[in-house]
Design a protein around this ligand. Structure first.
Ligand SMILES: Cc1cc2nc3c(=O)[nH]c(=O)nc-3n(C[C@H](O)[C@H](O)[C@H](O)COP(=O)(O)O)c2cc1C
Length: 416
Protein backbone atom coordinates (compact mmCIF):
# COMPACT_ATOMS: atom_id res chain seq x y z
CA UNK A 1 0.00 0.00 0.00
CA UNK A 2 1.66 3.26 -1.05
CA UNK A 3 2.06 5.79 1.72
CA UNK A 4 2.27 9.49 0.93
CA UNK A 5 3.51 12.32 3.13
CA UNK A 6 0.99 15.03 4.05
CA UNK A 7 0.63 17.56 1.24
CA UNK A 8 -1.39 20.70 0.76
CA UNK A 9 -4.65 20.03 -1.07
CA UNK A 10 -4.16 19.21 -4.71
CA UNK A 11 -7.82 18.55 -5.39
CA UNK A 12 -10.61 21.01 -4.90
CA UNK A 13 -12.80 18.31 -3.42
CA UNK A 14 -15.12 19.67 -0.72
CA UNK A 15 -13.88 16.95 1.63
CA UNK A 16 -10.66 18.98 2.05
CA UNK A 17 -12.42 22.20 3.08
CA UNK A 18 -11.99 23.14 6.77
CA UNK A 19 -15.01 23.07 9.04
CA UNK A 20 -15.72 25.40 11.96
CA UNK A 21 -17.64 23.85 14.84
CA UNK A 22 -20.34 25.87 16.64
CA UNK A 23 -18.01 26.47 19.59
CA UNK A 24 -15.29 27.86 17.39
CA UNK A 25 -12.80 25.00 16.95
CA UNK A 26 -11.72 24.46 13.34
CA UNK A 27 -11.25 21.00 11.84
CA UNK A 28 -8.70 20.96 8.99
CA UNK A 29 -10.98 18.97 6.68
CA UNK A 30 -14.27 17.05 6.57
CA UNK A 31 -12.88 13.54 7.00
CA UNK A 32 -13.00 11.86 10.39
CA UNK A 33 -11.62 8.59 11.66
CA UNK A 34 -14.67 7.06 13.36
CA UNK A 35 -14.39 5.40 16.77
CA UNK A 36 -13.15 1.83 16.64
CA UNK A 37 -12.61 0.04 19.92
CA UNK A 38 -9.10 -1.32 19.57
CA UNK A 39 -9.13 -3.67 22.56
CA UNK A 40 -5.43 -2.95 22.90
CA UNK A 41 -5.24 -1.49 26.42
CA UNK A 42 -2.12 -2.31 28.41
CA UNK A 43 -1.99 -3.21 32.10
CA UNK A 44 -4.28 -0.97 34.16
CA UNK A 45 -6.62 -0.48 31.14
CA UNK A 46 -4.29 2.25 29.88
CA UNK A 47 -3.12 3.23 26.41
CA UNK A 48 0.51 2.38 25.64
CA UNK A 49 3.02 2.37 22.78
CA UNK A 50 0.91 0.18 20.45
CA UNK A 51 -1.98 2.64 20.60
CA UNK A 52 0.38 5.64 20.28
CA UNK A 53 1.89 4.11 17.13
CA UNK A 54 -1.55 3.42 15.65
CA UNK A 55 -2.74 6.97 16.31
CA UNK A 56 0.44 8.57 14.93
CA UNK A 57 -0.20 6.56 11.77
CA UNK A 58 -3.74 7.91 11.44
CA UNK A 59 -2.66 11.47 12.18
CA UNK A 60 -0.02 11.35 9.45
CA UNK A 61 -2.56 9.96 6.97
CA UNK A 62 -4.36 13.25 6.42
CA UNK A 63 -7.64 12.78 8.28
CA UNK A 64 -8.89 16.02 9.88
CA UNK A 65 -10.46 14.54 13.02
CA UNK A 66 -9.63 11.39 14.94
CA UNK A 67 -12.22 9.98 17.31
CA UNK A 68 -10.70 7.37 19.63
CA UNK A 69 -12.19 3.94 20.15
CA UNK A 70 -14.62 4.02 23.03
CA UNK A 71 -13.03 4.74 26.39
CA UNK A 72 -14.97 3.43 29.34
CA UNK A 73 -16.15 5.78 32.07
CA UNK A 74 -16.66 2.97 34.60
CA UNK A 75 -13.80 0.55 35.35
CA UNK A 76 -16.26 -2.15 36.40
CA UNK A 77 -18.16 -2.07 33.12
CA UNK A 78 -15.97 -3.17 30.22
CA UNK A 79 -16.94 -4.76 26.91
CA UNK A 80 -13.70 -6.76 26.88
CA UNK A 81 -10.41 -7.28 28.68
CA UNK A 82 -8.54 -4.83 26.42
CA UNK A 83 -10.84 -1.86 27.03
CA UNK A 84 -9.32 1.54 27.88
CA UNK A 85 -10.69 3.22 31.03
CA UNK A 86 -10.37 6.86 32.04
CA UNK A 87 -11.87 7.51 35.43
CA UNK A 88 -11.06 9.60 38.49
CA UNK A 89 -8.21 7.24 39.45
CA UNK A 90 -6.47 6.77 36.09
CA UNK A 91 -2.96 8.22 35.73
CA UNK A 92 -3.11 10.99 33.13
CA UNK A 93 0.32 10.64 31.51
CA UNK A 94 -0.59 7.74 29.17
CA UNK A 95 -3.59 9.74 27.98
CA UNK A 96 -1.40 12.83 27.38
CA UNK A 97 0.88 10.72 25.21
CA UNK A 98 -2.13 9.27 23.37
CA UNK A 99 -3.54 12.74 22.61
CA UNK A 100 -0.08 13.93 21.48
CA UNK A 101 0.30 10.95 19.15
CA UNK A 102 -3.12 11.56 17.61
CA UNK A 103 -2.35 15.26 17.03
CA UNK A 104 1.22 14.72 15.83
CA UNK A 105 0.28 14.87 12.13
CA UNK A 106 -2.09 17.83 12.39
CA UNK A 107 -5.42 16.11 13.13
CA UNK A 108 -7.71 17.09 16.00
CA UNK A 109 -8.56 14.33 18.48
CA UNK A 110 -11.73 13.61 20.41
CA UNK A 111 -12.11 10.86 22.97
CA UNK A 112 -15.22 8.76 22.60
CA UNK A 113 -16.61 8.07 26.07
CA UNK A 114 -18.96 5.20 26.77
CA UNK A 115 -20.71 2.93 29.25
CA UNK A 116 -21.69 -0.46 27.84
CA UNK A 117 -24.69 -1.06 30.11
CA UNK A 118 -26.13 -4.51 29.33
CA UNK A 119 -23.94 -5.02 26.25
CA UNK A 120 -21.22 -6.91 28.14
CA UNK A 121 -20.16 -10.54 27.89
CA UNK A 122 -21.52 -13.07 30.38
CA UNK A 123 -17.90 -13.97 31.17
CA UNK A 124 -16.81 -10.43 32.06
CA UNK A 125 -16.33 -9.53 35.72
CA UNK A 126 -17.95 -6.36 37.05
CA UNK A 127 -21.45 -5.00 36.63
CA UNK A 128 -24.08 -5.54 33.94
CA UNK A 129 -26.47 -2.63 34.17
CA UNK A 130 -29.42 -1.70 32.03
CA UNK A 131 -32.38 0.65 32.16
CA UNK A 132 -34.37 -2.56 32.74
CA UNK A 133 -33.52 -6.20 33.37
CA UNK A 134 -33.77 -7.12 29.69
CA UNK A 135 -30.92 -9.14 28.20
CA UNK A 136 -29.54 -8.60 24.69
CA UNK A 137 -31.43 -10.92 22.33
CA UNK A 138 -29.32 -12.42 19.57
CA UNK A 139 -31.21 -15.70 19.34
CA UNK A 140 -29.19 -18.80 20.11
CA UNK A 141 -26.10 -16.74 21.04
CA UNK A 142 -27.92 -14.62 23.66
CA UNK A 143 -26.26 -16.59 26.49
CA UNK A 144 -22.99 -14.86 25.63
CA UNK A 145 -24.41 -11.68 27.14
CA UNK A 146 -24.74 -10.95 30.83
CA UNK A 147 -28.17 -10.78 32.50
CA UNK A 148 -28.48 -7.07 33.33
CA UNK A 149 -29.96 -5.62 36.48
CA UNK A 150 -32.20 -2.55 36.41
CA UNK A 151 -30.24 0.53 37.45
CA UNK A 152 -31.21 2.36 40.60
CA UNK A 153 -31.70 6.15 40.62
CA UNK A 154 -28.39 6.43 42.49
CA UNK A 155 -26.54 4.42 39.83
CA UNK A 156 -28.05 6.57 37.09
CA UNK A 157 -26.96 9.77 38.84
CA UNK A 158 -23.47 8.34 39.46
CA UNK A 159 -23.22 7.60 35.75
CA UNK A 160 -23.81 11.27 34.90
CA UNK A 161 -20.93 12.19 37.21
CA UNK A 162 -18.66 9.52 35.69
CA UNK A 163 -19.15 10.84 32.14
CA UNK A 164 -18.46 14.41 33.29
CA UNK A 165 -15.33 13.33 35.17
CA UNK A 166 -13.96 11.39 32.19
CA UNK A 167 -14.60 14.38 29.90
CA UNK A 168 -12.89 16.74 32.34
CA UNK A 169 -9.83 14.50 32.51
CA UNK A 170 -9.76 14.03 28.72
CA UNK A 171 -9.55 17.81 28.38
CA UNK A 172 -6.80 17.93 30.99
CA UNK A 173 -4.86 15.30 29.03
CA UNK A 174 -4.94 17.43 25.87
CA UNK A 175 -7.86 15.99 23.89
CA UNK A 176 -9.75 18.55 21.79
CA UNK A 177 -13.18 17.16 22.56
CA UNK A 178 -15.27 14.19 23.60
CA UNK A 179 -17.92 12.22 21.80
CA UNK A 180 -20.60 10.73 24.04
CA UNK A 181 -21.56 7.30 22.68
CA UNK A 182 -25.35 7.06 22.55
CA UNK A 183 -25.52 4.63 19.61
CA UNK A 184 -25.04 0.93 18.84
CA UNK A 185 -27.02 -0.48 21.75
CA UNK A 186 -24.75 0.75 24.58
CA UNK A 187 -26.13 2.16 27.82
CA UNK A 188 -27.38 5.52 26.52
CA UNK A 189 -28.82 3.89 23.42
CA UNK A 190 -30.50 1.30 25.71
CA UNK A 191 -32.17 4.12 27.62
CA UNK A 192 -33.35 5.67 24.33
CA UNK A 193 -34.84 2.40 23.09
CA UNK A 194 -38.39 1.50 24.12
CA UNK A 195 -37.43 -2.17 23.68
CA UNK A 196 -34.58 -2.14 26.21
CA UNK A 197 -36.05 0.58 28.46
CA UNK A 198 -39.26 -0.57 30.17
CA UNK A 199 -39.00 1.85 33.08
CA UNK A 200 -42.04 3.67 34.40
CA UNK A 201 -40.15 6.41 36.30
CA UNK A 202 -38.66 9.69 34.99
CA UNK A 203 -36.16 7.76 32.82
CA UNK A 204 -38.75 5.65 30.95
CA UNK A 205 -41.89 5.95 28.84
CA UNK A 206 -41.91 9.14 26.75
CA UNK A 207 -38.98 9.99 24.50
CA UNK A 208 -38.20 13.00 26.70
CA UNK A 209 -37.89 10.62 29.67
CA UNK A 210 -35.83 8.04 27.74
CA UNK A 211 -33.49 10.82 26.58
CA UNK A 212 -33.13 12.26 30.10
CA UNK A 213 -29.92 10.41 30.95
CA UNK A 214 -28.23 11.44 27.68
CA UNK A 215 -29.34 15.06 28.09
CA UNK A 216 -28.20 15.19 31.73
CA UNK A 217 -24.81 13.78 30.72
CA UNK A 218 -24.41 16.29 27.88
CA UNK A 219 -25.37 19.12 30.26
CA UNK A 220 -22.95 17.93 32.95
CA UNK A 221 -20.09 17.49 30.45
CA UNK A 222 -20.66 20.91 28.86
CA UNK A 223 -20.72 22.52 32.30
CA UNK A 224 -17.40 20.87 33.21
CA UNK A 225 -15.26 21.58 30.14
CA UNK A 226 -14.05 24.82 28.56
CA UNK A 227 -16.33 26.50 26.00
CA UNK A 228 -13.93 25.74 23.12
CA UNK A 229 -13.72 22.02 23.98
CA UNK A 230 -15.89 20.08 21.52
CA UNK A 231 -18.80 18.01 22.80
CA UNK A 232 -20.31 15.58 20.29
CA UNK A 233 -22.87 12.78 20.48
CA UNK A 234 -22.99 9.57 18.46
CA UNK A 235 -26.60 8.67 17.84
CA UNK A 236 -28.40 5.98 15.88
CA UNK A 237 -30.34 7.31 12.93
CA UNK A 238 -32.47 4.25 13.78
CA UNK A 239 -32.09 0.99 15.70
CA UNK A 240 -33.63 -1.02 12.81
CA UNK A 241 -35.86 -3.01 15.15
CA UNK A 242 -39.64 -3.03 15.07
CA UNK A 243 -40.83 -0.87 17.95
CA UNK A 244 -37.29 0.47 18.52
CA UNK A 245 -35.77 3.95 18.35
CA UNK A 246 -36.51 5.28 14.86
CA UNK A 247 -35.59 8.20 12.59
CA UNK A 248 -38.39 10.41 14.00
CA UNK A 249 -37.00 9.77 17.49
CA UNK A 250 -33.51 10.66 16.23
CA UNK A 251 -34.80 13.98 14.83
CA UNK A 252 -36.50 14.73 18.14
CA UNK A 253 -33.36 13.91 20.17
CA UNK A 254 -31.22 16.13 17.92
CA UNK A 255 -33.66 18.98 18.60
CA UNK A 256 -33.39 18.32 22.37
CA UNK A 257 -29.57 18.33 22.15
CA UNK A 258 -29.39 21.61 20.22
CA UNK A 259 -29.79 24.03 23.15
CA UNK A 260 -27.24 22.12 25.27
CA UNK A 261 -24.12 23.27 23.47
CA UNK A 262 -23.45 20.19 21.34
CA UNK A 263 -20.99 20.72 18.46
CA UNK A 264 -21.83 17.72 16.32
CA UNK A 265 -24.06 14.67 16.10
CA UNK A 266 -22.55 11.62 14.44
CA UNK A 267 -25.19 9.40 12.87
CA UNK A 268 -24.84 5.65 12.71
CA UNK A 269 -27.33 2.85 13.29
CA UNK A 270 -28.01 -0.56 14.78
CA UNK A 271 -26.82 -2.51 17.80
CA UNK A 272 -25.71 -6.02 18.60
CA UNK A 273 -29.29 -7.17 18.10
CA UNK A 274 -29.52 -5.58 14.62
CA UNK A 275 -25.93 -4.87 13.55
CA UNK A 276 -26.65 -2.30 10.86
CA UNK A 277 -23.45 -0.32 11.59
CA UNK A 278 -21.38 -2.94 9.80
CA UNK A 279 -23.81 -3.11 6.88
CA UNK A 280 -25.40 -6.34 8.17
CA UNK A 281 -28.99 -5.21 7.97
CA UNK A 282 -31.89 -6.41 5.88
CA UNK A 283 -33.48 -2.97 6.05
CA UNK A 284 -34.25 -1.42 2.66
CA UNK A 285 -32.83 1.94 3.72
CA UNK A 286 -29.40 0.53 4.52
CA UNK A 287 -29.11 -2.08 1.82
CA UNK A 288 -26.70 0.00 -0.20
CA UNK A 289 -23.19 -1.34 0.41
CA UNK A 290 -21.79 2.21 0.60
CA UNK A 291 -22.83 5.05 2.96
CA UNK A 292 -25.38 2.75 4.62
CA UNK A 293 -27.39 5.43 6.41
CA UNK A 294 -27.25 8.22 3.81
CA UNK A 295 -31.00 8.22 3.02
CA UNK A 296 -31.94 8.60 6.68
CA UNK A 297 -29.14 11.09 7.33
CA UNK A 298 -30.25 13.32 4.44
CA UNK A 299 -33.76 13.38 5.90
CA UNK A 300 -32.36 14.32 9.31
CA UNK A 301 -30.00 16.93 7.82
CA UNK A 302 -32.96 18.74 6.26
CA UNK A 303 -34.20 19.79 9.72
CA UNK A 304 -31.14 19.40 11.95
CA UNK A 305 -30.17 22.48 13.97
CA UNK A 306 -26.76 20.87 14.64
CA UNK A 307 -23.90 19.88 12.33
CA UNK A 308 -24.02 16.20 11.40
CA UNK A 309 -21.45 13.56 10.59
CA UNK A 310 -22.34 10.30 8.87
CA UNK A 311 -20.43 7.07 9.35
CA UNK A 312 -20.84 3.66 7.76
CA UNK A 313 -19.63 2.15 4.51
CA UNK A 314 -17.55 5.03 3.08
CA UNK A 315 -14.34 3.97 1.33
CA UNK A 316 -14.31 5.99 -1.92
CA UNK A 317 -13.96 9.75 -2.50
CA UNK A 318 -17.10 10.09 -4.69
CA UNK A 319 -19.14 8.49 -1.89
CA UNK A 320 -17.64 10.86 0.69
CA UNK A 321 -18.55 13.76 -1.61
CA UNK A 322 -22.07 12.38 -2.01
CA UNK A 323 -22.44 12.44 1.80
CA UNK A 324 -21.43 16.14 1.90
CA UNK A 325 -23.73 16.89 -1.04
CA UNK A 326 -26.57 15.40 1.04
CA UNK A 327 -26.22 18.27 3.55
CA UNK A 328 -24.02 16.38 6.02
CA UNK A 329 -20.97 18.26 7.31
CA UNK A 330 -18.45 15.53 8.09
CA UNK A 331 -17.76 12.04 6.79
CA UNK A 332 -16.77 9.34 9.28
CA UNK A 333 -14.75 6.33 8.21
CA UNK A 334 -13.77 3.32 10.25
CA UNK A 335 -12.90 0.15 8.34
CA UNK A 336 -11.37 1.95 5.34
CA UNK A 337 -8.91 3.83 7.56
CA UNK A 338 -8.06 0.64 9.44
CA UNK A 339 -7.01 -0.87 6.15
CA UNK A 340 -5.31 2.25 4.80
CA UNK A 341 -4.64 5.08 7.28
CA UNK A 342 -3.21 7.14 4.39
CA UNK A 343 -6.41 7.10 2.34
CA UNK A 344 -7.17 10.85 2.83
CA UNK A 345 -3.70 11.81 1.57
CA UNK A 346 -3.98 9.34 -1.29
CA UNK A 347 -7.26 11.02 -2.31
CA UNK A 348 -5.41 14.33 -2.61
CA UNK A 349 -3.21 12.83 -5.28
CA UNK A 350 -5.54 10.23 -6.78
CA UNK A 351 -9.28 10.75 -6.56
CA UNK A 352 -9.83 7.10 -7.55
CA UNK A 353 -7.86 5.63 -4.63
CA UNK A 354 -9.97 3.17 -2.65
CA UNK A 355 -9.75 0.21 -0.33
CA UNK A 356 -11.68 -3.01 -0.82
CA UNK A 357 -12.88 -5.28 1.94
CA UNK A 358 -14.53 -8.42 0.61
CA UNK A 359 -18.14 -8.75 1.80
CA UNK A 360 -18.63 -11.15 4.71
CA UNK A 361 -20.72 -14.15 3.66
CA UNK A 362 -22.06 -15.57 6.93
CA UNK A 363 -25.83 -16.03 7.23
CA UNK A 364 -26.20 -15.14 10.93
CA UNK A 365 -26.09 -11.32 10.96
CA UNK A 366 -24.70 -11.02 14.49
CA UNK A 367 -21.91 -13.51 13.71
CA UNK A 368 -21.22 -11.82 10.35
CA UNK A 369 -20.91 -8.45 12.07
CA UNK A 370 -18.58 -9.85 14.75
CA UNK A 371 -16.43 -11.49 12.04
CA UNK A 372 -16.15 -8.31 10.00
CA UNK A 373 -15.20 -6.34 13.12
CA UNK A 374 -12.64 -8.95 14.12
CA UNK A 375 -11.06 -8.62 10.68
CA UNK A 376 -10.84 -4.83 11.10
CA UNK A 377 -9.47 -5.18 14.62
CA UNK A 378 -6.68 -7.39 13.28
CA UNK A 379 -5.61 -4.51 11.05
CA UNK A 380 -5.50 -2.17 14.07
CA UNK A 381 -3.25 -4.60 15.93
CA UNK A 382 -0.96 -4.91 12.92
CA UNK A 383 -0.67 -1.12 12.60
CA UNK A 384 -0.08 -0.83 16.34
CA UNK A 385 2.79 -3.30 15.97
CA UNK A 386 4.28 -1.23 13.13
CA UNK A 387 3.28 -3.80 10.49
CA UNK A 388 1.46 -3.48 7.18
CA UNK A 389 -2.24 -4.25 7.07
CA UNK A 390 -3.57 -7.49 5.57
CA UNK A 391 -7.17 -6.82 4.59
CA UNK A 392 -7.33 -10.00 2.49
CA UNK A 393 -7.70 -12.20 5.57
CA UNK A 394 -10.82 -14.42 5.40
CA UNK A 395 -13.29 -12.88 7.89
CA UNK A 396 -14.28 -16.40 8.99
CA UNK A 397 -10.70 -16.92 10.18
CA UNK A 398 -10.75 -13.63 12.07
CA UNK A 399 -14.15 -14.45 13.56
CA UNK A 400 -14.70 -14.96 17.28
CA UNK A 401 -15.56 -18.63 16.69
CA UNK A 402 -12.04 -19.33 15.52
CA UNK A 403 -10.38 -17.29 18.29
CA UNK A 404 -8.91 -19.40 21.07
CA UNK A 405 -9.64 -18.13 24.57
CA UNK A 406 -12.95 -16.97 25.95
CA UNK A 407 -11.27 -13.61 26.65
CA UNK A 408 -10.35 -13.34 22.97
CA UNK A 409 -13.90 -14.31 22.05
CA UNK A 410 -15.31 -11.63 24.31
CA UNK A 411 -12.92 -8.99 22.96
CA UNK A 412 -13.59 -10.01 19.40
CA UNK A 413 -17.34 -9.85 19.73
CA UNK A 414 -17.52 -6.39 21.29
CA UNK A 415 -19.52 -4.44 18.71
CA UNK A 416 -18.11 -0.94 19.31
C1 LIG B 1 -13.34 -3.03 15.07
C2 LIG B 1 -14.44 -2.02 15.22
C3 LIG B 1 -14.61 -1.41 16.45
C4 LIG B 1 -15.60 -0.42 16.61
N1 LIG B 1 -15.69 0.23 17.79
C5 LIG B 1 -16.53 1.29 17.89
C6 LIG B 1 -16.52 2.11 19.04
O1 LIG B 1 -15.72 1.95 19.97
N2 LIG B 1 -17.41 3.13 19.09
C7 LIG B 1 -18.28 3.40 18.07
O2 LIG B 1 -19.05 4.36 18.15
N3 LIG B 1 -18.29 2.66 16.96
C8 LIG B 1 -17.43 1.62 16.84
N4 LIG B 1 -17.40 0.91 15.70
C9 LIG B 1 -18.30 1.28 14.61
C10 LIG B 1 -17.62 2.32 13.71
O3 LIG B 1 -17.42 3.56 14.34
C11 LIG B 1 -18.48 2.58 12.47
O4 LIG B 1 -19.71 3.13 12.90
C12 LIG B 1 -18.72 1.31 11.66
O5 LIG B 1 -17.53 0.53 11.55
C13 LIG B 1 -19.18 1.64 10.26
O6 LIG B 1 -18.25 2.46 9.59
P1 LIG B 1 -17.24 1.87 8.49
O7 LIG B 1 -18.08 1.18 7.47
O8 LIG B 1 -16.53 3.06 7.97
O9 LIG B 1 -16.34 0.90 9.20
C14 LIG B 1 -16.43 -0.09 15.51
C15 LIG B 1 -16.26 -0.72 14.30
C16 LIG B 1 -15.26 -1.66 14.14
C17 LIG B 1 -15.07 -2.27 12.79
Amino acid sequence: MPSTAPTSPTTDSPVFAPFTLPHGAVLPNRLAKAAMEENMAAYGQLPDEALFRLYRRWSRGGVGLIITGNVMVHAEALTGPGGVVLDARSPLEPFRRWADAAKSGGARVWMQINHPGRQVGANMPGVAWGPSAVRVDVGKNSGRFAEPVEMTAGQIEETVTRFAETARRAEEAGFDGVEIHAAHGYLLSQFLSPLANRRTDQWGGTLANRARLLLDIVGAVRATVAPGFAVAVKLNSADFQRGGFDADDAAAVIALLAPLGVDLVELSGGSYEAPAMTGQSGDERTRSREAYFLGLAEELAASSPLPLMLTGGVARLPVAEQVLAGGIDLVGMGSALAVDPDLPNRWRADTGAAVELAPVRIADKAVASAASMARVRRQLRRLGAGRRTRPGIDPKLASPRSSGSSAARCAATAPG
